[in-house]
Ligand binder design. Structure first.
Ligand SMILES: Cc1cc2nc3c(=O)[nH]c(=O)nc-3n(C[C@H](O)[C@H](O)[C@H](O)COP(=O)(O)OP(=O)(O)OC[C@H]3O[C@@H](n4cnc5c(N)ncnc54)[C@H](O)[C@@H]3O)c2cc1C
Length: 418
């Protein structure tokens, strides 16, 4: 018997959609091109080290994730709030002033910038998440760099904090990304703490998928074309030629895959990232936080001794370092590892690191310029709904909420025609 809804894609948005349809009592079938669920959330095991495909953190201020994941199934490994800032000469700790008011006295950043940051934070607390995300769809939205400059933040603030930290979060060292999105993330960081799941980021989609009955999840099923509804039900066709019909089809895809399937113009470009993994037999530092090295010409934007946060990410007696590179400067993997190791050794000369692996993520998040959320996907054929992180700001929380919304739309469509 045909399912009521076919979902194409088992990333976070597709899995959230399936979980909501399951709750609403609507039958579904997921078709996923890959051999496992998770989409852009993948973890690989190399030589006893657990390596995520890109440095990804969860924020405790993501309410939808908390609702969907039962407590106790995932072990969250929490970061300290704050980061080490290295100004080229010395390392200083910069903490979240809301958790440690003494952070305002730290000389990690110029005092006027800290006051501006505190003032901006107060304003963000008074603004809802929905209002911040709505700004991403207005013509008054500006770039993050433009927003910070117009609020008087200094060059030092940009180079020591905004570019290494938010450049890494937005995967955009030039901070051209929407200020609405920057404000949303800043608020999420200020009102929650960052954590990673013990066992790697792929545990998140793994746990989301666990309550879904296995026969309704089909892997290695690459959808190659869509058949619009009309007189007959909408359908999708897979690479093997199999046709799957349903009352409604949810396309829970990354933006380029959606564009390819709907034939809606050239494939949209996104932001890439490369992660250089290094290992050491001696700890570089003890805190559970990022290191933000200052300097425009550096290869490594930020790095973290990830085994401080999740000791199970490395074998006993070894330490794992994840270094985020936004512009690989044309270097091959060997040169990337050597340069990253040398830059980190300059900061921690007593703990030399060795190359472990380099992971390229050619499409990590969509481009999200000012006003990006105005755009909507190409006209979808009748009976099709689209969801995914590109809809309103690429992050775990937004991918999940987008999947839940698509499920509710699909359920009312199904009920409307039954
Ligand atoms: C390097 C990196 C760092 C990140 N850092 C963070 C972070 O710190 N915090 C945060 O909140 N978010 C972060 N994100 C964003 C977050 O991971 C994504 O927003 C989220 O995983 C996207 O989920 P999705 O379901 O929208 O898309 P995807 O995960 O891309 O899922 C789409 C699925 O569709 C499948 N598919 C595609 N085409 C077809 C087809 N034709 N047929 C069948 N299946 C198909 C794909 O295989 C995939 O499984 C990061 C992402 C990356 C890559």
């Amino acid at each position: 018997m045909s399912p009521q809804v076919v979902i194409v894609g088992a990333g976070l948005s597709g899995l959230a959609c399936a979980r909501e349809l399951q709750r609403l009592g609507v039958s579904f079938l997921i078709l996923e091109a890959d051999s496992q669920p998770g989409g852009r959330q993948k973890t690989r095991l190399i030589d006893g080290f657990r390596l995520d495909h890109g440095f990804q953190v969860v924020l405790s201020s993501y309410p939808t994730l908390q609702r969907l994941l039962p407590a106790g199934r995932i072990i969250p490994r929490r970061f300290d709030s704050g980061a080490w800032l290295h100004d080229g000469a010395r390392m200083r700790y910069f903490g979240n002033p809301l958790e440690r008011p003494t952070a305002l006295l730290s000389r990690a950043l110029p005092l006027p910038d800290q006051v501006r940051l505190a003032w901006l934070s107060m304003r963000l607390f008074a603004t809802t998440d929905a209002a911040l995300l709505a700004r991403c769809a207005t013509s008054s939205d500006v770039s993050t760099a433009g927003f910070l400059s117009s609020h008087g933040f200094s060059r030092v603030f940009f180079e020591r904090f905004a570019i290494p930290f938010f450049g890494g979060v937005l995967l955009d060292a030039s901070l051209e990304t929407s200020a609405g999105l920057f404000c949303y993330y800043l608020k999420k960081f200020l009102t929650g703490h960052a954590w990673i799941p013990s066992g790697g980021i792929q545990c998140l989609p793994g746990e989301l998928a666990r309550p879904l009955p296995l026969p309704f999840l089909r892997f290695n099923e690459h959808v190659v074309s869509l058949r619009p509804g009309g007189r007959s039900l909408p359908a999708v066709v897979t690479r093997s030629g199999e046709v799957f019909q349903a009352s409604c089809v949810v396309l829970a895809l990354d933006e380029p895959s959606l564009q390819r399937l709907t034939g809606g113009g050239p494939s949209p470009s996104g932001r890439a990232v490369t992660v250089v993994y290094l290992e050491s037999s001696r700890p570089l530092y003890r805190e559970k936080c990022l290191v933000l090295p200052e300097g425009a010409n550096r290869l490594v934007r930020h790095f973290v001794q990830i085994s401080n946060i999740d000791p199970e990410s490395a074998p006993d007696g070894r330490f794992l370092v994840s270094a985020t590179v936004l512009d690989p400067q044309g270097l091959d993997h060997e040169a990337l590892s050597d340069t990253a190791a040398a830059e980190i050794a300059a900061l921690f000369p007593g703990s030399p690191t060795k190359p472990l692996a380099v992971i390229d993520v050619p499409y990590a998040v969509p481009l999200q310029p000012p006003g990006f959320a105005v755009k909507r996907p190409a006209e979808l054929p009748s009976g099709f709904i689209a969801c995914g992180d590109w809809r309103r700001g690429a992050c775990i929380e937004n991918a999940l909420t987008s999947g839940l919304e698509a499920a509710r739309q699909a359920a009312s469509h199904v009920r409307g025609i039954s």
